[in-house]
Design a protein around this ligand. Structure first.
Ligand code: ZN
Length: 683
């Protein structure tokens, strides 16, 4: 139903890079567990990492901020403030008691003067951090309510000693292992509304109430429906009358929305161009009226406003927090164009024909006029609501399908977030799985740029390349369930084939083809071993991108065995892969590219199936277990989230003359500051 995809790195996410593909599918690029110096101007250190429960808090940098004009910096800042001003809404949307609970936990932290070194206190702090992280008392991913590890008696004690009030009913619910256990339940055997603790619906609303309320509206909507229910809570009064409480100025959440609107108007005043300003104006009108038609108009304008360096997501957008998939969770993401990435993409796109002409594929499968796929990387400058602290790493909006097909959509990869995830794995994964110091050094020097180049080439020239023979159906028709894996393999192979090409140096994209060598090391390490850490013991590979990576790596390994192109070796019981001949490996990648293009062009299902089944699906169980054991030692938390850099205006005579950016002291300080500064629904 929803065309967009939110791309979360899930388990083991510390060094997973997920980017959205030009073909609208998601792909994970190979891990680049390296910490080389970036070619992009770095502004902030991103070294601090905080851990609690199953969570790791990271920092991100905002490269490019100081390349912006003062007005552009103001635009970023106003959008950033607008985003944070709405923060309380997500808390209330997630659960009806979240704001009261958060207020009590924070009051205890600020006013309790007893022992802050006891196990109980540590448990209390861990619980509070989990609540902050999930914007409420339900786990951000599993949606399960998490219960305190400290006792009810202890909690009552610190509440009273800190002069904090919280109703007994709410405290009961915090500790109750039977009530409101799931924020969103999709268990169709029960009433979805009654099984879900989300505050999108009054507690007495049933699934039938929801269906009845919207049935006629939806039937009457025609081909261009609004997103029904997106911006309201559905409630039922004592007479059984069902109605929407709309989130708007002078409606529900008015105090927060009024603040959001204040900042959006300032943003509109410094818009980079007419379209962008028009979109911001429509967003303001929508918040002022609650009119979903305006939201539709806004989305049409927003999806076409592609000219500026700055963009944003703002509003009640994603509907995963609603078991009925109607109501939008509040979120904000402020984005600055990734200038370096854009330049890379542009250079590749301009030279797309050269790459096509010089590819290893058969001439008859080459396009005479190839057009690079357009692909956008942005850097996040601030997140709030449902996107924070846990964040997506790629976004594709708007959600409304008819707007997407008739007016277009925007698909972006959040570059600095992806980078921060990659850095969070640190050198740990690299040092564990690289076979020697030389490989580590090369990865540290060139791993980052190698990975970025791979992604850019995969997207811009990889997916764009090749043509299908006349009279052959689409790959989905001919290659069926193997088409995604083969398509991703093809795009990866285009990138790999050219990563060792001097042409990239000539185009100024890399300083040396050693970048390609670092990426080859990484690809083999990942495809043969590292990615298996995401599989449960005993599992086979199901996911298309993982299949593709193992297929490419293991096919190349096998074909090169006679010449010892890639060697499998063992040291102290650990397995390693070492590339002995990069140029020969390039030729092998080229051969596989040619074959997969032939399979696609001719629609050769049997050959495609054999490739995937023989090289991409089964895993070496012994090696898999070894990888799991080695990865477990590194103690990487399954879930990651972020603190936002703090952006502060520098004023002179009442005018903003610039901005300062720093990292917050820690997660706790940022959360307390946010509640204090942006607690518009909780004061
Ligand atoms: Zn792809």
């Amino acid at each position: 139903m929803i065309a967009k995809k939110y791309l979360y790195p899930l388990m083991f996410s510390a060094s997973i890079l997920v980017v959205s593909c030009g073909d609208g599918e998601s792909s994970e690029s190979n891990d680049s567990d390296s910490t080389s110096t970036s070619v992009q101007e770095s502004v902030l250190e991103t070294t601090k990492i905080e851990k609690f429960a199953d969570i790791q808090i990271l920092q991100y940098d905002i490269p490019g901020f100081y390349k912006l004009s003062l007005d552009q910096q103001k635009l970023v800042y106003y959008l950033y403030e607008a985003g944070l001003s709405g923060r309380d809404m997500i808390w209330d949307q997630n659960y009806r008691h979240n704001l009261a609970i958060r207020g009590a936990l924070e009051s205890v932290i600020q006013n309790y003067e007893g022992d802050k070194s006891s196990d109980d206190w540590n448990s209390f702090m861990t619980y509070t951090k989990r609540v902050w992280f999930s914007n409420g008392i339900h786990h951000h991913y599993s949606m399960d309510k998490f219960l305190p590890d400290f006792s009810r008696e202890y909690f009552d004690g610190i509440l009273s000693e800190s002069g904090t009030e919280l109703s007994a009913e709410i405290v009961d619910l915090m500790f109750d292992p039977n009530t409101d256990m799931k924020r969103v339940s999709l268990d169709g055997s029960k009433d979805l509304m009654q099984g879900s603790a989300t505050n999108f619906y009054g507690t007495n609303i049933t699934e039938k109430d929801v269906n009845d309320f919207y049935a006629q509206k939806m039937a009457d909507a025609g081909n261009h429906p609004v997103e029904f229910g997106l911006n309201s809570k559905l409630v039922k009064d004592e007479n059984g009358v069902v109605s929407e409480q709309v989130w708007k100025v002078d409606g529900m959440y008015s105090e927060a929305i009024t603040e959001v609107v204040y900042w959006l108007k300032l943003a509109q005043g410094v818009a980079e161009n007419e379209e962008q300003g028009k979109a911001l104006g429509l967003l303001v009108e929508y918040y002022e009226t609650g009119d979903l038609q305006k939201w539709g108009d806004y989305n049409i304008t927003w999806s076409q406003a592609t000219k500026g360096d700055i963009d944003y997501i703002q509003g009640f957008v994603e509907v995963y927090g609603d078991p009925k998939g109607m109501r939008g969770s509040y979120e904000s993401i402020v984005q600055i164009n990734d200038f370096d990435a854009s330049e890379r993409m542009a250079v590749l796109a301009e030279n797309a024909q050269w790459f096509e002409d010089n590819s290893s594929i058969m001439d008859e499968h080459k396009k005479e006029n190839v057009v690079g796929v357009s692909y956008k990387v942005v850097n996040v400058a601030g997140e709030s609501g449902d996107s924070s602290p846990s964040t997506p790493i790629g976004v594709n909006l708007p959600n409304n399908n008819w707007i997407r097909s008739e007016h277009g959509s925007k698909s972006v990869s959040l570059g600095n977030i992806v980078q921060a995830y990659s850095d969070a794995g640190g050198e740990g994964m690299l040092r564990e799985f690289a076979h020697d110091q030389e490989e580590i050094d090369l990865a540290i020097k060139y791993g980052k740029i190698g990975s970025k180049m791979h992604t850019a080439m995969h997207e811009v020239i990889g997916h764009a390349s090749g043509k299908i023979n006349p009279g052959i159906g689409t790959p989905k028709e001919t290659l069926q369930n193997y088409s995604s894996t083969l398509e991703e393999a093809r795009a990866d192979l285009v990138a790999l084939y050219f990563l060792l090409d001097e042409k990239l140096v000539e185009l100024g994209l890399i300083e040396s083809t050693d970048v390609g060598k670092a990426e080859y090391d990484d690809y083999i390490r990942n495809g043969m071993m590292v990615q298996m850490r995401r599989l449960e013991p005993g599992a086979v590979i199901e996911e298309a991108h993982m299949r593709n990576r193992q297929l490419v790596a293991s096919w190349a390994f096998e074909k090169g065995q006679a010449d010892n192109v890639v060697e499998r070796l063992e040291r102290d019981g650990n397995t390693y892969y070492e590339i002995h001949d990069y140029d020969k490996l390039r030729v092998i990648f080229g051969d596989l590219l040619k074959e997969i293009q032939r399979i696609k062009s001719e629609g050769d299902y049997t050959a495609g199936k054999n490739l995937v089944e023989n090289y991409g699906v089964q895993v070496d169980k012994e090696l898999h277990q070894e990888v799991l054991d080695r990865a477990a030692k590194l103690n990487i938390a399954p879930y990651n989230g972020f603190v936002n850099p703090i952006i502060t205006p520098v004023e002179e005579d009442g005018n903003i003359i610039g901005f300062e950016m720093i990292q917050p002291e820690n997660f706790e300080t940022q959360m307390l500051t946010y509640s204090d500064k942006y607690g518009f629904l909780s004061k």
